[in-house]
Write a protein that binds this ligand. Sequence first.
Ligand code: ADP
Ligand code: MG
Length: 354
Amino acid sequence: MGLFDNVLGAGESLIRNEDALDFEFLPKVLPFREKEQKNIAECMKPLFQGRNGRNAVMHGPPGVGKTAAARHVLREIEEKTDEIYPIYINCWQCNSSYQVMVEICDQLGYRLVQNKKTTDLYKVVASMINKDGKSAAFIFDEIDKAEEYDFLYFLLNDVYRKSLVLITNFDTWIITLDERIKSRLTPLVIKFGPYTQHETREIMKQRMGYAFPAGVWEDDAFQKVADKTFELRDIRTGLFIMRESALVAESQSRKKITVTDVEKALENLDGFSVKKSTELEEDSKFILDIVKENSGQKIGDLFSIYQKKGGKHTYKTFQRKIADLDQNSFISTKRLKGDGGNTTIIEKKLTDFD
Ligand SMILES: Nc1ncnc2c1ncn2[C@@H]1O[C@H](COP(=O)(O)OP(=O)(O)O)[C@@H](O)[C@H]1O
Ligand SMILES: [Mg+2]
């Protein structure tokens, strides 16, 4: 039997719209975050009257709709007016002032960035936005991933009409900002808490509707996904489980997704993301403590320490756990080019006060 004999044909996939299961997919309506979106919009309203806007810091754990809510507001601005530039930057991808400025230029439609220094780009950005009474609504997502914050200082000082919304998983991040920025930012703080069980279920149901034809999911299978998502307090992981379950069913050429498929998908998942929070804390805390005691070391050296201290996981799993701690802002990682190729340096967060 060939390896691909049982593959469903192109028209036979259980998933109707794969994009809808992507984390970056932005649903048309975003239920249960009306209040938060209103708060963001409130900060940006003065821009519509040609005045300077307010700033905000949004914080909350991963997978609770921070990015989605912020992008939703930007999309509305985009649909409503040409007078306000909507700008979304992920500081995980652009983590220096230079990169942020290049990205802003790109979103403003300015292409001649080559051979220009950061200070040149500051001038370009300021003159483009300040021209003709225009303004800009900025979202800086994963702001704690930026290596420096000069760009914030520049935008606050030199762009006349703007609103800066900063997103972080870390409620203490703002404390780490230096005073000259903090005093200019004076942000509204918008906290994102986890969804209730009912809300989680409704969100997952909405997404199921986008991604799958009706009737593909057996009721108890969907219920299991919804329950697990609530337990994890993270919609993103929930969507991942939903997709994996469908793939399990597809791999057996079945036309329905059952509880068994969900169970299998959960087994397949990397242990980290589906662990109960108590287990997760213990497991990741062990690694976190090692990082704190040995900040600035190479990942390979940290792994040796981890093993000496009785850590049982493979290097690959260790790497994944480090990545996860990084993603959730407990630690930070830096890629360095060395003689023997690239290596990753792991550092504790400056926001650790203990
Ligand atoms: N209220 C909601 N309604 C619909 N989808 C949501 C809602 N909240 C989160 N999601 C979805 O869950 C996923 C994770 O949300 P995201 O905004 O990326 O979380 P965060 O930025 O807080 O980590 C995204 O795919 C997003 O579309
Ligand atoms: Mg996000």
